[in-house]
Design a protein around this ligand. Structure first.
Ligand code: FMN
Length: 188
């Protein structure tokens, strides 16, 4: 399962991306950079062009940051508080009317928007670490998203202060294409 990424054969923006466990606390994210990151998310594809994503952005020293960091789990607080930007991601899981049934592609689409944002960050010399290690219920009570919206994850974005691991675990291409089926069905 361990793949050495050197030399990378995929695009360097993808090959060199990793989720840092250390951020440089001195690297701030300015308004222009924040705008570029959100612009990248804005242009992601989505089912029916529904664009069911939303973001709460916060930077150190601002009141928004205080509202968010207090709900980090100890495991993420160790590194996420140093990042120049903390983003709470939200999906609009109900279309228009919250009484309507769950929108099956909302989280899928949000994930694509976050992937766009992540690679945009990489192109700007920044790194992103997505995470779920926070108190979801308490943060939801704090931020009070509109009906139909649900917090999905958080992203710490900033200048990485640790090195990309030399090797990382990934499933093989063969496994990606065979795991969903039983052996007899693959043989057909
Ligand atoms: C939805 C999501 C939730 C994650 N939650 C956490 C988390 O709570 N804590 C953490 O340290 N990393 C978290 N990660 C980061 C993954 O562990 C990481 O992406 C994975 O191990 C692959 O490493 P890489 O991003 O460096 O390639 C999360 C990533 C995603 C996409």
């Amino acid at each position: 399962m361990e793949d050495d990424l050197d030399p990378p054969r995929i695009h360097p923006l993808l090959a060199e991306r990793f989720s840092p466990y250390k951020f440089d606390p001195l690297t701030a994210i300015d308004d222009y950079s924040l705008g570029l990151l959100l612009e990248a998310a804005r242009w992601a594809p989505s089912a029916g062009n529904s664009q069911p994503w939303g973001f709460y952005t916060s930077r150190p020293g601002k009141p928004e940051h205080e509202r968010v960091v207090r709900y980090l789990a100890p495991s993420s607080a160790r590194w996420a508080t140093d990042a120049g930007l903390l983003v709470v991601t939200l999906a609009r899981r109900h279309v228009g009317n919250p009484q309507l049934p769950y929108s099956e592609f909302a989280d899928y689409d949000l994930g694509q928007a976050v992937a766009h944002l992540t690679i945009q960050a990489q192109s700007m010399g920044l790194a992103a670490h997505q995470f779920r290690a926070f108190n979801l219920e308490a943060l939801t009570l704090e931020l009070r998203p509109n009906p139909g919206w649900a917090i999905a994850s958080m992203i710490a974005i900033g200048k990485a202060a640790d090195m990309r691991p030399k090797t990382r675990d990934r499933r093989s291409i063969a496994d990606l294409c065979s795991a969903p089926w039983s052996l007899s069905e693959v043989a057909l």
